[in-house]
Design a protein. Structure first.
Length: 176
């Protein structure tokens, strides 16, 4: 499947993108977050996505002009780029959208002089989440190496109270 990927703009539909991100994360992190009003805590909001779009930090995969995936990119330093919020529409999984988005994120880093690409993965401490197990295997298969694991609360203490289970936070690196 040939899906074009480009930087999103402030004109893209932030509400639709936030719904897609929240849909994917609801299953990718099921059981890890407390529920509020009978639903999983949303991963993002339309306002946050709009800010990312305005700052040109979201790469979008489009099919028939509609976003079907995205990845957030940023430079952490002169040498290190990072990606996160990687999502592909559930109905289009297995079509290579995730792989193409990671490649686009790596290219984003290379074009800005990064020598390392970083990603972070949240995982339950006391049980194995099937999606997180899949992601760990997939990331390591495409060259990412875990460089440190720490309790989630150490890096994101302000969000730790929203977890329904203790979680670890693993940082991965890949040379570019």
């Amino acid at each position: 499947m040939n899906i074009p990927i480009s930087l999103g703009t402030h004109e893209d539909d932030a509400a639709a993108l936030s719904r897609l991100i929240n849909l994917v994360y609801a299953s990718a992190e099921a059981g890890m977050w407390k529920e509020y009003d009978g639903a999983a805590m949303p991963r993002t909001s339309a306002e946050e996505v709009q800010l990312l779009l305005s700052n040109q930090r979201l790469l979008l995969a489009r099919h028939a002009k509609e976003p079907v995936g995205c990845v957030c990119v940023q430079m952490l330093s002169d040498d290190i780029a990072e990606f996160g919020l990687l999502v592909a529409h559930p109905e289009l999984r297995g079509k290579g959208i995730g792989r193409d988005l990671v490649t686009a994120a790596e290219n984003y880093g290379r074009e800005r002089g990064a020598r390392v690409m970083q990603l972070e993965l949240l995982t339950p401490k006391d049980w194995e989440h099937p999606v997180k197990r899949f992601l760990h295997r997939w990331y390591t298969r495409i060259g990412y190496v875990p460089i440190r694991t720490e309790p989630f609360a150490r890096s994101y203490g302000h969000l730790a109270d929203h977890l329904s289970t203790p979680c670890n936070f693993t940082v991965y690196h890949k040379g570019l």
